[in-house]
Design a protein around this ligand. Structure first.
Ligand code: NAD
Length: 309
């Protein structure tokens, strides 16, 4: 399959190298000029679990330099970069490729629908992980899986091809029965763990050891529940709370600093407007008040401002 990864950061590069190694024709599209140059001159370096480096020759380009058309475009920008990337892709989208995103946050489907017919869009979630260590260099640990679904399933006959492409590359993809529910579940988890760990400068295990973690958790998820109910999206705050509690153990994710914490540490913008901020905004539209999520988003923005982000 001819595949473009639009937004070839930590995750885009991890997926790109696996899809290319499985025989697909992969182009990495990215706006970070030093990263694109490093990949084109010395290849993409992947540091594996055991510390060994694997270098793969790959093709990378800035969006404005891409003229090819693709069967599949995987959007792996951060949520707030997606609209700009789709605008920059312009004519690259004119052959109506399948456009797929597994980015975190709520609202990405609405962003894609501004640029791509709804019946060409696939969305989902993933528990694969990766870190961008520097230009042309990612560090990866463990394995993962993908859960995805077409936004209009009965108008999308290509899903088996997409699933086979991912599974042939060892990416462990399966069909989500209710993709919006899966996206909201992950966003609920991120809106608790990412946001509080970033504000408190702690890891997931340290958050879980706080005597009042449950009060903090419930303040966020009770509002998620009310907004999801009003929007008629399946959400179960209790299930998300159990998922969050399962991350505290040091043998699972207890020692891990969530991605928002890493973004803040690298002085990069966070995805909070597509997590707590999105729920506050949607709540306001639906006359469901979500003041805790609105305030948490403002606290993250205040921290970004103090760091000059
Ligand atoms: P990333 O920050 O590594 O890359 C996103 C974009 O930012 C890329 O275009 C990248 O080139 C650019 N970028 C990053 N650092 C830069 C720098 N110093 N200068 C200029 N540009 C820079 O993002 P990611 O971690 O790959 O995440 C993509 C999406 O996937 C997000 O929605 C994220 O929440 C989600 N996600 C990430 C992980 C993970 O483990 N990284 C896991 C699951 C989901």
């Amino acid at each position: 399959m001819k595949i473009a990864i639009a937004g070839a950061g930590a995750m885009g590069c991890r997926f790109g190298v696996k899809l290319q190694n499985a025989g697909n024709d992969v182009t990495l599209i990215d706006n970070w000029a030093d990263h694109v140059a490093a990949i084109n001159t010395t290849g993409l370096t992947v540091t594996a679990d055991d510390g060994t480096d694997h270098v793969t020759a790959m093709t990378a380009a800035a969006p404005q330099d891409v003229t090819d058309h693709f069967d599949l475009i995987i959007l792996f920008t951060k949520a707030m970069q997606m609209d700009h990337m789709l605008t920059e892709l312009g004519d690259v989208l004119s052959n109506q490729p399948v456009v797929l995103t597994l980015a975190n946050g709520i609202g990405n489907i609405e962003t894609i629908e501004k640029h791509v017919p709804k019946n060409r869009v696939v969305a989902g979630t993933t528990i694969w992980s990766s870190s961008l260590t520097g230009p042309g260099h990612i560090t990866v640990t463990g394995t993962g899986s993908i859960s995805l679904q077409a936004i209009v399933p009965n108008e999308f006959p290509d899903l088996p091809d997409v699933l086979n492409t991912f599974n042939d590359a060892g990416l462990n993809a399966s069909v989500a029965e209710d993709v919006l529910a899966a996206i909201w579940k992950k966003a609920g988890l991120n809106s608790v763990l990412n946001t509080y760990c970033t504000l408190f400068d702690c890891n997931i295990g340290e958050f879980g050891a706080l005597p009042n973690w449950r009060t903090l958790n419930d303040a966020v998820l009770d509002e998620f529940q009310a907004v999801a109910d009003a929007a008629k999206i399946h959400f179960d705050a209790q299930t998300v709370t159990e998922l969050i509690a399962a991350q505290f153990d040091p043998t699972t994710n207890g020692g891990h600093y969530p991605s928002m914490h890493q973004d803040m540490a690298k002085h990069r913008p966070t995805e909070v407007d597509f997590l707590n901020g999105y729920v506050a905004k949607l709540g306001a539209q639906l006359n469901v008040s979500a003041p805790i999520n609105a305030n948490l988003a403002q606290q993250i923005h205040a921290k970004e401002s103090l760091l000059g982000i």
